[in-house]
Design a protein around this ligand. Structure first.
Ligand SMILES: Nc1ncnc2c1ncn2[C@@H]1O[C@H](COP(=O)(O)OP(=O)(O)OP(=O)(O)O)[C@@H](O)[C@H]1O
Length: 588
């Protein structure tokens, strides 16, 4: 058996790493600064009192493409190290026992310079040697090394001349902006040499600030003020940061991007996996020294460590909110007002949070929006519907009867309600639907039945084609002429026939088949209100045409009241009767 080795197409590899690993050409500045910072860190290990600096300059001329120059007075490289670390892709001096102290670790960052330049020129002198070495690397994988006969203090200088078409990444404004962006919180000064020397980074990081200052910092950056700034810290992974509470509601499945720094240097603004998924109502600015980013620096490695960090940071958010709730501060109510649905989703998952928050959470009820505390004060029996449609069908009736009915149809609400007895054992939770309410309607006396008899017969005949059975009872509010109710089966047939009308022939025949093979069609109910003045008038009307038109119209109105989508046949009914009423009126 013969053994072979893979061959690597160096040019292809370099192209892949330099052009496809990073999201924007500007990252070449990030990678250069990061190398400078790591070199300064390494030098400090040799000479603790060394004052490290990084300097940047741009050379422009009308005849040549612009050139960026960056220097550091860091550890530098010996000739041997140049061969070992600069000239081998994937080789890095930052592995081993002290790797936690450095930002770089993959040995590919310098290749990002090939996105914007055809050649990297690096001149270096190691703190351990007097030799000044020049290294010139090209994207085809070739490089040259020579010893320079010149004096130089230990450190490294890099020259990059812009590739054609990439000049915009060498403009002074843009370079200053991005250097500041990536390095504003770095512990070493970064100078820009222009007409005068200016320092680009002198900012205190928001995680070192007090709440108000952290809020102002973010406001100055984003133009919007967040509701609050929650301090974050984790012993695992050495994370420190701020979770800014967004000033607007966000969808529960929104993924927030977080701004992540390592050793105070901005590595990515798009990290989404550092906070728990439920924390979608905050956006984080964090420094994470002990976590490992992927080579592109866009995400952290999914690992058990990251999982633990996420839990710890999630706990910081929870504890903070609990503290706010206990203090009943204005900020708490503001956050609750905007993010109650997020807090509800949190409370469903977390019993501790549930117990602490449930009283302050708002719910839609037949008597208006109320907090659970207000709801509990009304009595120990809590009635709720599990769907929004059911709630809409009966909320008016419940209100007229002064019954407090909760809408459990929104995401999480039913689950939250079902958990109530765990915290308040005295509470009884009962799911109801429209038919529960109609069961409590008052039956007519024999005399009243006789009065309604003809009307009811006509109504049943008129609405039979719509699979609707009619009845007359007495109920509140008397302004409500009729209540449409349907149980699950009746609702199935109604939806099937609605869908059939809206779809193509093939799908319609499938639905037909399902209906034929399924359960026997169940009728919905339309209960007319004996106490309603219009209904009273109808009992005594001797105009069958008018009776029919009003019954049909009341049927459609009851459907609309319950937010049931109208079938085509029902739409036609409405239009026909409207025209009819108008022509009767005009004939008069
Ligand atoms: N300014 C510098 N001073 C000293 N050594 C440097 C400097 N820039 C680069 N090097 C050396 O070159 C090596 C390769 O650098 P490169 O930026 O490609 O990768 P890295 O920083 O090690 O890791 P990463 O790919 O994660 O950035 C470094 O490990 C370091 O030894």
């Amino acid at each position: 058996m013969s053994q072979f080795h893979f061959k690597v197409n160096l040019k292809g590899m370099i192209d892949l790493l330099s052009n496809h690993l990073y999201s924007t050409p500007h990252v070449y500045l990030r990678e250069l600064i990061q190398n400078g910072v790591d070199a300064l860190t390494a030098r400090k290990k040799v000479t603790a009192e060394h004052e490290g600096t990084i300097g940047i300059e741009l050379f422009t001329s009308p005849t040549k493409p612009p050139t960026l120059y960056i220097e550091d007075n860091g550890i530098g490289l010996t000739e041997e190290e140049v061969h070992q670390f600069l000239s081998q892709i994937g080789q890095t001096s930052k592995r081993g026992e002290e790797e936690q102290d450095f930002i770089g670790r993959f040995g590919v960052g310098l290749l990002s310079c090939f996105i914007v330049s055809e050649e990297i020129v690096l001149i270096t002198r190691s703190v351990h040697s007097d030799e000044v070495i020049e290294w010139r690397g090209k994207p085809d994988g070739s490089y040259q090394i020579k010893k320079l006969d010149q004096e130089m203090l230990p450190g490294t200088k890099v020259f990059l001349q812009s590739k054609r078409g990439f000049e915009e990444y060498f403009q002074p404004d843009s370079v200053r902006k991005y250097v500041k962006h990536y390095g504003e919180f770095l512990p070493y000064p970064i100078y820009f040499y222009g007409e005068e020397r200016i320092r680009l980074n002198e900012e205190i990081a928001p995680w070192e600030m007090r709440t108000e200052a952290a809020l102002q910092y973010a406001e100055a950056r984003n133009g919007a003020r967040h509701l609050d700034a929650i301090p974050l810290s984790s012993t695992i992974g050495g994370v420190k940061g701020i979770a800014y509470v967004l000033p607007y509601a966000v969808s529960t499945n929104a993924k927030q991007s977080h701004q992540v720094y390592v050793k105070q240097m901005l590595l990515s603004e798009k990290v989404s996996n550092i906070l728990p998924d439920w924390a979608f109502f905050v956006t984080g600015v964090l420094n994470a020294d002990g976590l490992r980013l992927t080579a592109s620096r866009e995400e952290f490695y999914q690992s058990d460590l990251l999982e633990l960090v996420r839990v710890e940071l999630g706990d910081c958010i929870k504890k903070y909110l609990v503290n706010l709730a206990e203090k009943q501060s204005d900020t708490f109510w503001e956050i609750l007002d905007v993010h109650y649905s997020s807090i509800k989703s949190l409370a469903v998952e977390d019993d501790e949070l549930y117990a602490l928050f449930v009283d302050w959470l708002p719910f839609e009820t037949s008597l208006g929006r109320k907090t659970m505390k207000e709801i509990r004060s009304e009595g120990d029996m809590i009635l709720y519907t599990s769907s929004v449609d059911q709630f809409r069908q009966v909320s008016k009736v419940a209100k007229a009867q002064s019954v407090l009915l909760l809408n459990g149809g929104y995401v999480h609400d039913s689950e939250l309600l079902r958990k109530l007895p765990n915290v308040f054992p005295e509470l009884e939770i009962q799911e109801v639907d429209a038919s529960t309410f109609s069961e409590n309607f008052v039956d007519l006396t024999l005399k009243e039945r006789e009065e309604a008899y003809t009307f009811l017969r006509v109504a049943n005949l008129v609405l039979q084609p719509f699979q609707c059975e009619c009845d007359v009872k007495k109920f509140n509010p008397s302004e409500l002429p009729a209540l449409y109710t349907n149980n699950k089966e009746a609702s199935f047939f109604r939806n099937a026939s609605y869908t059939k009308e809206e779809t193509n022939d093939l799908f319609a025949s499938i639905i037909d088949q399902m209906v034929v093979e399924g359960v026997k069609p169940t009728f919905a109910q339309l209960c007319f209100n004996y106490d309603n003045p219009t209904i009273q008038q109808l009992f005594h009307s001797d105009d069958p045409k008018l009776q029919r038109s009003v019954i049909e119209t009341l049927y459609v109105q009851a459907l609309l009241l319950g937010h049931h989508p109208l079938k085509q046949s029902e739409m036609k009914l409405l239009n026909k009767n409207l025209r009819q009423f108008i022509s009767w009126r005009l004939e008069k």
